[in-house]
Design a protein around this ligand. Structure first.
Ligand SMILES: Nc1ccc2ncsc2c1
Length: 244
């Protein structure tokens, strides 16, 4: 898979050369190229922003550098998927991560300031698939952190990137795990600062361990993310219990 990232802070993407994604790059599973948007400017100050039409605070990223960058990175007739990082985008989730892991080519546009001129997405959509994507409802200074999150999330799903693919199976939000949150995990020592590992996990009884883990996953999901519960596991907190 080829991944291009365009940003005015390309060094922000340096961590991608480390750890899991870095290994995938070294082994050739991922071909990563990070570009400085200012390479597609032509004025002395390498200007990438301007004041917003209609007024308002802040600055907007000019369309011309983005247009030229995408022209160079995605020649006519190339099949590519453009992800534009923006707080007003569709929520990023594991389903989208899995979709992206299967793409041959992904370009990630990291917006800054008040955002990128809307015509960039509109024009790109005439010749490639475009998704405006958000990693959550909070304030960041730009899209670079989001690009790091999204690349890690889909890169680890590419076959061969993770050593043991079985470890993908039971992770929180994975389709194999009914979208439940992951159950609590423990390792040695069996007792630590007066806290014991749940006895069932030491029992060697795999059926009981599996059941206990599912119960803990449902309990955790019900408490922290009830909207993720499958219908079969939903119980109404205010459920009226018959008087004894
Ligand atoms: N502030 C903010 C929040 C989410 C997000 N996702 C991609 S860029 C971005 C920026």
């Amino acid at each position: 898979m080829r991944v291009d990232v365009v940003s005015i802070f390309p060094d922000y993407l340096a961590p991608l050369r480390l750890s899991l994604v870095g290994k995938a790059i070294e082994t050739g599973l991922i071909d990563l190229a990070v570009h400085d948007l200012r390479d597609w400017t032509h004025d002395r100050h390498r200007t990438v922003d301007d004041t917003p039409y209609g007024g308002g605070a802040g600055m907007v990223m000019r369309p011309e550098p983005w247009g030229e960058a995408l022209d160079d990175l995605v020649p006519a007739g190339t099949d590519a998927r453009l992800l534009i990082m923006t707080p007003s985008g569709r929520p990023f989730d594991q389903r989208l991560a899995a979709e992206l892991a299967a793409e041959p080519r992904v370009i990630i546009a990291c917006g800054r300031y008040e955002g990128i001129d809307a015509r960039v997405a509109e024009h790109a959509a005439t010749r490639m698939r475009v998704d405006e994507v958000s990693i959550g409802d909070y304030v960041l200074n730009g899209g670079e952190a989001a690009a790091l999150v999204i690349i890690e999330a889909f890169a680890r799903l590419i076959p061969g990137v993770i050593g043991n693919p079985e470890s993908l199976a039971e992770e929180s939000h994975s389709a194999d795990h009914d979208q439940l949150l992951e159950y609590p995990v423990y390792t040695k020592p069996a007792a630590w600062r007066g806290l014991e590992v749940p006895e069932v996990l030491l029992s060697g009884h795999h059926g009981r361990i599996t059941a206990w883990r599912h119960e803990r996953a449902v309990e955790l999901t019900r408490r922290r993310r009830p909207e993720l519960l499958p219908d079969a596991e939903r119980t109404d907190e205010l459920e009226v219990r018959p008087a004894v």
